[in-house]
Design a protein. Structure first.
Length: 51
């Protein structure tokens, strides 16, 4: 979902992966941080566009 430009949809799945299997914690956490960063950037871009 992140690669398809839908980081907001990926966030719940990444959180589930972290909660369900600690073995995936490092990779899922990195991807979660990436998805959250992308969502913030999208919000910043849309806010700047509206101003």
């Amino acid at each position: 979902l992140i690669l398809n430009g839908k980081p907001d949809e990926a966030i719940p799945y990444l959180q589930q992966a972290i909660d369900k299997n600690p073995a995936y914690y490092d990779l899922a956490n990195k991807n979660l941080e990436r998805a959250l960063s992308m969502v913030r950037e999208q919000k910043d871009t849309s806010t700047a566009f509206l101003q």
